[in-house]
Design a binder for this molecule. Structure first.
Ligand code: SAH
Ligand code: SF4
Length: 374
């Protein structure tokens, strides 16, 4: 089976959350079932939130028994659930004995955004990022990425039947938790297919955002494989500074990254979201704003200014409000659309770059940087 039909090693049962629609059809055929079973199963899993095969009542008892013998619907375990004063919710999710990840839900007036992780830790070691400081342990399997969404929707009661006017609680997904999604390419793309699939979560392609620090070859590949929203962690307008803040820049410098971004949106009306963490006296001066604006003004996009979220053991400081506003005004004077991200959930350390989870083995950094995974 192509896209990560990961078998549960201890029991060799197929976890149904690991299968895209195409995988599931193939799986149904392989067990002597008609492909339309795949449609039924997907709807039960992702439209109704069924947690057992027995709930799938439009499937015959005999077939259900067969499925029960060879599949599982297991989800990672929630070990902590924090509600922040501003409504942001953070969960600590245990994947296996040594690894846990964090997931954040951010409710707003018109939407609810779920911030998911793609790896345990991250190998790219950006100088201002708590996840990077932990090192890298492993990629998440498809069922662990889809598992995050399932957990959130189940805990938020988001599988309930609603009328056409009531919005779902999870309307948007951003890959802005732990890890570099493009270094877990195959599993992230398969999970995004399930998120977009009408028989899956049915999310619009504008509401699933992949955030990357710039794994250039994978960006070209992504254009061939899936159409989602793209956020680029730029953080500096010059290579000298970006080399320091986002070390993968040493391998794929700004010009190459921008060319890959242009290629991704070419032929569509998509826009790039440029993420820029403001670090006091490092990348937040007026001249940096001018340089940034000149760099990106000809590429359709919008800028997301992110106040730096401090964490233990790092020396950077957060830019003062006044300078954040100045920076924003300069960018806007070039005609750019600019938002300043509100810092949400910082009383429970749920803000961007504060996601730390727990990483078993912090030594596996080498070999990951820029690696073109399967
Ligand atoms: N690896 C991907 C996605 C995860 S990081 C990437 O780098 O894009 C998600 C976002 O959080 C990125 O824009 C990242 O630069 C930002 N971030 C990391 N550490 C941060 C911090 N301490 N304060 C604010 N934002 C941070
Ligand atoms: Fe990894 Fe993104 Fe953190 Fe950089 S900012 S270390 S790429 S998670």
């Amino acid at each position: 089976m192509k896209n990560g039909a990961v078998e549960n090693q201890s029991s060799s049962l197929i976890n149904l959350y690991s299968l895209t629609f195409a995988d599931l059809k193939e799986f149904c055929l392989s067990i002597g079932e008609k492909p339309y079973r795949a449609t039924q199963i997907m709807k039960w899993l992702y439209h109704k939130g069924a947690r057992s095969i027995d709930e799938m009542t439009d499937i015959s008892k005999k077939t259900r028994e067969k499925l029960k013998g060879i599949t599982t619907l297991s989800l990672p375990e929630v070990i902590m659930d924090h509600l922040s004063e501003d409504g942001t919710r953070k969960w600590l999710i245990r994947l296996d004995s040594g690894n846990s990840i964090e997931m954040v839900y951010i409710p707003e007036d018109e939407r609810g955004t779920l911030c998911v992780s793609s790896q345990v830790g991250c190998a790219l070691d950006c100088s201002f990022c708590a996840t990077g400081k932990q090192g890298f342990n492993r990629n998440l399997a498809v069922e662990e990425i889809i598992g995050q969404l399932m957990i959130a929707k189940l805990l938020l009661n988001d599988f309930e039947e609603i009328d056409n006017f009531t919005p779902r609680k999870v309307t948007n997904i951003v890959f802005m938790g732990m890890g570099e999604p493009l270094l877990n390419y195959r599993n992230v793309v398969a999970a995004m297919q399930i998120m977009l699939d009408d028989y899956g979560f049915g999310l619009s392609k504008r509401r699933v955002t992949l955030s990357t620090s710039g794994v250039v070859p994978a960006l070209y590949r992504l254009k061939e494989d899936i159409d989602v929203a793209l956020a680029i962690s730029l953080h500096a307008p010059y290579n000298s500074l970006r080399d320091e803040l986002v070390p993968i820049n040493q391998k794929y410098p700004i010009e190459e990254l921008l060319a890959a971004c242009r290629n991704y949106i070419e032929g569509s009306n998509k826009k790039i979201t440029w993420e820029y963490v403001l670090l006091r006296d490092i990348n937040d001066r007026d001249e940096d704003a001018h340089a940034l604006a000149r760099l990106i003004r000809n590429i359709p996009g919008k800028v997301n200014l992110i106040p730096f979220n401090p964490f233990d053991g790092v020396d950077y400081e957060t830019t003062k409000r006044e300078q954040i506003d100045r920076f924003r005004t300069i960018l806007m004077s070039y005609g750019l659309v600019v938002m300043t991200r509100k810092t949400r959930g910082d009383d429970v350390a749920a803000a961007c770059g504060q996601l730390a989870g727990k990483v078993k083995d912090r030594t596996k950094r080498t070999g990951q940087m820029g690696e073109r995974e399967a």
